[in-house]
Design a protein around this ligand. Structure first.
Ligand SMILES: Nc1nc2c(c(=O)[nH]1)N[C@H]1C(S)=C(S)[C@@H](COP(=O)(O)OP(=O)(O)OC[C@H]3O[C@@H](n4cnc5c(=O)[nH]c(N)nc54)[C@H](O)[C@@H]3O)O[C@H]1N2
Ligand SMILES: Nc1nc2c(c(=O)[nH]1)N[C@H]1C(S)=C(S)[C@@H](COP(=O)(O)OP(=O)(O)OC[C@H]3O[C@@H](n4cnc5c(=O)[nH]c(N)nc54)[C@H](O)[C@@H]3O)O[C@H]1N2
Ligand SMILES: [Mo]
Length: 740
């Protein structure tokens, strides 16, 4: 036996924590994985891998892997394929590329949202680069992660960069985690600072329909509310803060537009300000804590107490993304920002501006942009619409950008390292029906590691390599202070290839190779080149070979940053990047649309498929999803070792279960008009009554009748987008549950 080599590397799935992995390799095989443990300070959490990271070898290197290219033989979606050579597969792709783009134009090509490779070089980025060199493709904006939150931050602050560094929460007097569960979702290892805050005695509150792992681990106060009622809870709090004059008058009147009548733009009636909304002057309904209790289910006394505590500065209201992945997600997200502004917790140490909370501590290497001939894009959630009715989609109705309307439907689709073709998109049954029709989207290319439900819908299915089989550069998510190098640990399995390699071969067939590769012979050449471009901006970074050998770099010198500090300190010289220069609590842009579903204020609007939807008579339970520690989206669902960590179950409140004769562990069916799924029930008081919860990401596994048998939540979710951001409302689902 040869000696054991230890190779440092980092994962590259999209789970909010790129962690340090040390692969112990002997004779070309991994014998164990270890990680970075201990250490760190308030600015630098150790990049410790969680249970998924420690199981990367069994998740990725196993006998379930796709090993060679395949071509569809049966009906699309049937899963019948035959083996072909790489040359045959690429010849077919090249000829379809020419035919479809020749017939329908470049905007008939689309590269689907896919986060399986969240690193500098990804298949989805690279195929877009190739299409851009050949006249373009239909682009996308938004994400499945933060469509509504980003929308709200950009609308109100003029930027999504509303974040501060996590060390600042150690100066807070109260931390509110609103729809935020970093114990499971990581968010750049921010539990590190939250644990320090807890040890310091800073009170922490979790606002969530579920008592999450985060709430439990931090022994935080749980405020359980009905899903999608966040804007009502915020209004109830704001009412207390307004009437008790606890608000920050200076900030509210000088830096914000629309709390008070005086701060409204010219020509807008006085009763359109947020205070008039709260007092009831606008619609006759004062937004008292009692009013909020009716809607949210949170006792009025709790709302009053939380409002008073939050107004005592500095307090940090930190948003996860759970509260905004809802049918009225924009309103909840806007209302959170409203609260931060009302209390003047923006731009001060220990406060937090709410919103998307993005803050990039350091420059990140990236592939150079191709000169774009076309910038037409759609919201990423609307790709199924763009297949069915692309030519009817407009800027006004569907959020098309870069053109008034689309001139073609999507006809060719690349889905590279993603499972949003089926599993992670909404309404699986309807989506499958759309994809089965080969006269609509004529050609689909998928690359993946496994025969996922998305892979089943490929015309050409290509075997990718996992991060253990290739190289890349990985970056932190939002606020992390490091850059990772994804070193190769083992040889690629079977005939598996990195997307870059076969896209080069495709480029050769299209006569575009020279431009595509731009003088780079290998992946590592690209990584080195792009890394070197960042080094002058980041003096701390070592030379490329050291960076690679070390498996990345953890910055020592990280500034402590407070979002919007300059605006707060010196508003005269530092305006917010909005049109008015102020925080736009009232949005003139939305006002002009005169649509009651789209209010100009962060007002509460009942969600479709929410508590107040009449559909609740038939489907009385509000089903939400969450991101479980056991998977990264759908990744890891097929690893039996991880299944034990958090078996797929639907959480129910004991009273809701009792009323249906359901006991712990009973098999149940969860259904609505869109689909059905079977899984065991889990009874828990850690859930608000009238709510059910099922972790998102379980693999869709239908039986012969089309009923899912694996608790895959997207058979129940809707394709209807949220009204303003055109985001995915995947946590807003009305369902019924019966015992089997
Ligand atoms: N383990 C793991 N970590 C991940 C991922 C993963 O798949 N697995 N995915 C990563 C990615 S890409 C993303 S975008 C993030 C997702 O991060 P988030 O979107 O923040 O995660 P969720 O679990 O969907 O939601 C967070 C919490 O919001 C709660 N919630 C649901 N509905 C409501 C509501 O109406 N109001 C309130 N106040 N709370 C609500 C949920 O119960 C949950 O506890 O996680 C990242 N991290
Ligand atoms: N109902 C519901 N649906 C949701 C969400 C929700 O909260 N609720 N969350 C949404 C969010 S926030 C997101 S970001 C999306 C995520 O949507 P996706 O990005 O589609 O999610 P994944 O399941 O991570 O898909 C990654 C795929 O890439 C493959 N893969 C992994 N590593 C590699 C690799 O190195 N090479 C190749 N070629 N393939 C690889 C995996 O096998 C997997 O099939 O899901 C969204 N869907
Ligand atoms: Mo996401």
């Amino acid at each position: 036996m040869s000696e054991v080599k230890i190779i440092p590397t980092t994962g590259r799935n999209n789970c909010g924590g790129r962690c340090r992995i040390f692969a112990h390799v002997q004779d070309g095989r991994i014998i164990k994985l270890t990680t970075e443990c201990g250490g760190g300070d308030e600015k630098h959490p150790p990049l410790t891998a969680c249970v998924r990271g420690m199981n990367y070898d069994t998740t990725f290197l196993n006998d379930r892997r796709l090993l060679y290219p395949m071509k569809r033989t049966g009906e699309r979606g049937s899963g019948s394929f035959e083996r072909v050579t790489w040359d045959e597969a690429l010849d077919i792709i090249a000829s379809e590329w020419k035919r479809i783009r020749g017939t329908y134009g470049p905007l008939s090509t689309y590269s689907n949202y896919a986060t399986g490779i969240s690193a500098m070089m990804s298949g989805t980025g690279l195929i877009s680069r190739l299409a851009d060199l050949d006249g373009g493709l239909l682009r996308r904006y938004n994400s499945y992660s933060t469509a509504c939150l980003t929308y709200a931050a950009e609308l109100m602050y003029g930027t999504s960069q509303s974040g501060s560094t996590m060390d600042t929460v150690l100066d807070s007097r109260l931390i509110i985690l609103w729809g935020h569960n970093p114990q499971e979702t990581q968010f750049d290892h921010s539990m590190h600072q939250l644990r320090m805050a807890k040890e310091k005695g800073i009170p922490i509150v979790c606002i969530d329909p579920r008592r999450s792992d985060t709430c439990r681990v931090l022994q935080a106060e749980w405020i359980g509310l009905r899903p999608a009622t966040d804007a009502a809870l915020a209004a109830g709090m704001a009412y207390v803060i307004m009437t008790e004059k606890l608000y920050d008058e200076e900030f509210v009147t000088r830096c914000c537009m629309g709390f008070t009548p005086e701060s409204l733009p010219e020509g807008i009636p006085a009763d359109q300000c947020y205070f008039a909304y709260l007092s009831g002057e606008q619609d006759g309904v004062p937004k008292t804590p009692r009013w909020a209790e009716e809607i949210t289910g949170v006792p009025a006394e709790t709302i009053v107490s939380l409002a008073r505590r939050y107004a005592r500065k500095p307090a940090a209201l930190i948003c996860g993304y759970g509260a905004q992945r809802h049918a009225n997600g924009e309103q909840g997200a806007r209302a959170q920002i409203m609260l931060a502004c009302l209390t003047g917790n923006v731009g001060i140490r220990g406060g937090w501006a709410a919103g998307s909370g993005y803050y990039h501590a350091h420059n990140q290497p990236q592939m150079p942009e191709v000169h774009l001939r076309s910038r037409v894009s759609i919201p990423c959630f609307l790709w199924t619409d763009a297949i069915v009715r692309g030519r009817t989609m407009t800027a006004e109705k569907d959020g098309v950008r870069g053109a008034q309307r689309l001139n073609t439907d999507i006809k060719m689709l690349f889905n590279l390292a993603g499972n949003c073709l089926i599993n992670q998109h909404s309404d699986i049954n309807r989506t499958a029906e759309i994809l089965k029709d080969t006269s609509k989207c004529e050609f689909i290319v998928v690359s993946d590691l496994f025969m996922t439900s998305s892979a089943m819908y490929a015309d050409i299915l290509l075997p990718g390599i996992s991060f253990l089989e290739g190289e890349n550069i990985t970056m932190p998510w939002e606020r992390g202070s490091f850059l990772g190098y994804n070193n190769q640990v083992v040889e690629p399995l079977g005939e598996c290839r990195f997307e870059y390699d076969w896209i080069c071969d495709l480029a050769r067939r299209l006569g575009l190779y020279e431009e595509f590769a731009a003088g780079h012979a290998t992946v590592r050449d690209w990584l080195r080149d792009c890394y070197e471009k960042v080094r002058p901006l980041e003096p701390e970074l070592p030379d490329f070979d050291t960076f690679r050998r070390e498996g990345g770099h953890e910055y020592r010198d990280t500034p402590s940053v407070i979002g919007f500090e300059a605006q707060r300190r010196d508003f005269e010289h530092h305006r917010f990047p909005t049109r008015s220069g102020k925080v736009e609590i009232f949005s003139p842009e939305i006002w002009e649309r005169h649509n009651p579903e789209k209010p100009p204020l962060p007002a509460y609007v009942p969600a479709f498929e929410g508590h107040e939807d009449p559909l609740r008579q038939r489907y009385p339970l509000q089903l939400i999803g969450w991101h479980t520690r056991r998977r990264c989206h759908s990744i890891g669902d097929n690893n039996p070792k991880l299944e034990r960590v958090d078996p797929q179950r639907v959480w129910m409140h004991p009273e809701d279960a009792g009323a249906r004769g359901i006991g712990e562990g009973d098999m149940v069916e969860v259904f609505n008009d869109r689909g059905r799924t079977r899984l065991p029930a889990h009874l828990s008081e850690n859930l608000v009554r009238g709510v059910a919860a099922m972790a998102q990401g379980a693999w869709y596994r239908p039986d012969e009748d089309g009923t899912d048998t694996n608790g895959s939540i997207n058979v129940l979710t809707t394709l209807r987008p949220t009204p303003l951001a055109y985001g995915n409302p995947q946590h807003s689902n009305l369902v019924e549950i019966v015992k089997l």
